[in-house]
Design a protein around this ligand. Structure first.
Ligand code: ADP
Length: 635
């Protein structure tokens, strides 16, 4: 008797969930087991293409289903690659996709957690219908076979067994029927046929089952239609059509077919926002089936996420995640490409340089781009959903590769604008620009609320000019790379000249600057190299001062870049701007005449105050507090 081994803790929990599952779609266990069988056959078939010693042809591979009502068992067999003793241990003793469990932990409260639908837990789903599972397997190239047996959470055993042929046989002893739960339905021919059609129709290898049919006896009399004229016989039927959905005619397929294919294959619980089925013929010929998910997978913005499309060559899977088929800014797209032009024996390294591959990748990218543009134009709500889920990724595209791809994504970008605080595209912004408006204005900050409170946005909003509110860290970097949209330049509200002054106003500012030169110079002297200069501002309305930046690095960039401890600290070149209309301005003017020391203290207070409004740290908080206190204490 083999020793019973315990499942790894994580697996045990998942197993528990499966066994006690109230999951309504327990029928999917069959799909999961058939998919595993098909993957195993894929592996051996792929080997057979380059290695004659496998001795199998495509037509030899099959998956077999055998229901046995007397024994209460359902057996699923394949002649795929099989598993060694270690593989049985490692593959079936440990949960493959621990992502599902992470998710479960975070969502402990939700009832009937739909993690099966979301992630697919594969093999373990067998325990939703079976009280005992036996996996008999002989690996390709091995002369011994082993059986893995488990009746659930107690553990499992692995022992040597007899099995002549290479492959895997999974024997499920179904749970007993209860009043409410009928497990025996999975032994009914019609039910099995229905499930295979529903979930596994496109599996490339035949899924066979012995089916009882009736036919006329060969010696039946011509006019005899009684029962005696008929006989039953057993036929080994292939239950699936084996045509992958992407190879079918579009006219044969309904949205539902695409959506359920997507959900099953990519473990999503919601329909995709869009499916794209393209059949391309020409220099390169391929079928592509692409999906735009509605929401980001839980690991999308982590290092774990791997982008890529499945790559098939004439229906044979040659790579599961072919990254070269998708640019990073479309990394959220799921799907597959099937092309007869690609060689089966191509290695990963060769694929990267393959001319056909590059052509396909270009064309896939174009397709996605044009479909997204259409969605933006015709299905705005969907597009905004997409933007919320994947906008950041698309924005990365602007400055990735040193801005080489910025044109590809520019028209797909959206930002929140001060007009109604809604998302807007750059084209839309430009179309609403006032006649005398020179620039596309933007302001970067942590949130829309914080940006709106910034002193330097007041005057522009007063004039009815829209401002783009850049609240994602990538935004300002992206805008800097873009520089302009069409013939309109971007201009930060915190940087230099906003181009809003009339000649008269410019003259006035110039005069004010000349008249107050001594005062402005002393401010600069008081603040030293903290600022580049102090100047008269045209941006301010109700606030006395603000800080703007003069160099390449903006205030917001300084904040963002310095957040990362690995970055060398950067410093923006700051300009202290003064509002000549504000009463503080005259206070400063008179102090400049009367009390230079106090003037310097006030300058430093104003500077720190402007930093605080910008959400930037002040260098000497204690000094700031002391100055403020002494001011409050002064009569
Ligand atoms: P997944 O299929 O998502 O990897 P499963 O839990 O369904 O997770 O299966 C775990 C692993 O067990 C598979 O990755 C595969 O290596 C192995 N396996 C399962 N079924 C078979 C089979 N019929 N033949 C060969 N290997 C199998």
């Amino acid at each position: 008797m083999a020793q019973t081994k315990e499942f790894k803790a994580e697996s045990k929990r998942l197993l528990d969930m499966m066994i006690n599952s109230i999951y309504t779609h327990r029928e999917i266990f069959l799909r999961e087991l058939i998919s595993n069988a098909s993957d195993a056959i894929d592996k051996l078939y792929f080997k057979s293409l380059t290695d004659d010693s496998v001795g199998m042809n495509k037509g030899d591979f099959a998956i077999e289903i055998v229901p046995d009502k007397d024994a209460g068992t359902l057996t699923i067999s394949d002649n795929g690659i099989g598993m060694t003793e270690e593989e049985l241990e490692n593959n079936l003793g440990i949960i493959a996709n621990s992502g599902s469990l992470k998710f479960k932990n975070e969502n402990e409260k939700t009832e009937d957690v739909d993690i099966i639908g979301q992630f697919g837990v594969g093999f373990y789903s067998a325990f939703m219908v079976a009280r005992k599972v036996e996996v008999r397997s002989k690996a390709y190239g091995s002369d011994k076979a082993y059986v893995w047996t488990s009746s659930g959470a107690d553990g499992y055993t692995v022992e040597e067994c007899d099995k002549d042929t290479v492959g895997t046989q999974i024997i499920l002893t179904l749970k007993e029927d209860t009043e409410t739960e009928k497990y025996s339905e999975f032994l009914e021919t019609f039910r099995i046929k229905e499930l295979v059609k529903k979930y596994s129709d496109y599996i490339r290898f035949p899924i066979k089952m012995d089916v009882e049919n009736t036919r006329r006896k060969s010696d039946a009399k011509e006019d005899d239609y009684s029962d005696d004229a008929y006989e039953t016989y057993i036929e080994n039927e292939t239950l699936n059509s084996m045509v992958p959905i992407w190879r079918k005619n579009k006219s044969e397929l309904k949205a539902e077919d695409y959506n359920s294919f997507y959900k099953d294959k990519y473990y999503d619980y919601s329909d995709p926002l869009k499916y794209i089925h393209s059949k391309v013929e020409g220099a390169t010929t391929y079928d592509a089936l692409l999906f735009i998910p509605e929401h980001a997978p839980f690991n999308f913005y982590s290092k774990d996420y791997e982008k890529g499309l499945q790559l098939y060559s004439s229906g044979v899977l040659i790579m599961d995640k072919c990254a070269d088929l998708l640019p990073d800014y479309f990394s959220f797209v799921r799907g597959l490409v099937d092309s007869a032009d690609l060689s089966l024996n191509i290695s990963r390294e060769m694929l990267q340089h393959d001319h056909q591959m590059k052509t396909i990748a270009k064309s896939v990218e174009k397709t996605i781009k044009s479909e997204l543009s259409k969605m933006l134009k015709n299905h705005r709500e969907d597009y905004e959903k997409l933007w919320k889920a994947f906008g950041i990724q698309i924005k990365f595209g602007v400055y990735d590769n040193y801005g080489r791809d910025k044109d590809a994504v520019e028209d797909l970008l959206m930002f929140v604008s001060s007009a109604e605080k809604k998302l807007t595209t750059l084209d839309e912004y430009v179309s609403r620009m006032k006649e005398d408006q020179k620039y596309i204005y933007y302001c970067a900050g942590d949130s829309v609320e914080k940006i709106e409170a910034l002193p330097q946005t007041e005057v522009l909003r007063d004039k009815g000019y829209e401002i783009l509110y850049l609240t994602d860290q990538v935004d300002e970097f992206a805008v800097k790379v873009l520089m302009r949209h069409g013939d309109k330049e971007f201009r930060s509200v915190s940087e230099g000249d906003l181009g809003i002054d009339t000649e008269e106003q410019k003259e006035e500012t110039k005069k004010l600057t000349e008249d107050n030169k001594g005062m402005l110079d002393l401010m600069k002297e008081a603040l030293g190299d903290k600022i580049r200069e102090a100047k008269i501002s045209d941006k301010l309305k109700t606030h006395p001062v603000c800080i703007s930046s003069a160099g390449q690095i903006s205030l917001e960039m300084e904040k963002i870049l310095n957040k990362n401890p690995q970055n060398e600290k950067v410093k923006s070149e700051k300009v202290l701007e003064l509002n000549p209309q504000h009463e503080i301005f005259s206070v400063m003017q008179s102090l400049y005449e009367k009390d230079k020391d106090k003037f310097k203290d006030y300058t430093s207070l104003l500077y720190d105050q402007a930093l605080l409004i910008e959400g930037m740290p002040i260098e000497d908080p204690v000094g700031f507090a002391q100055k403020l206190c002494s001011l409050m204490a002064s009569k």
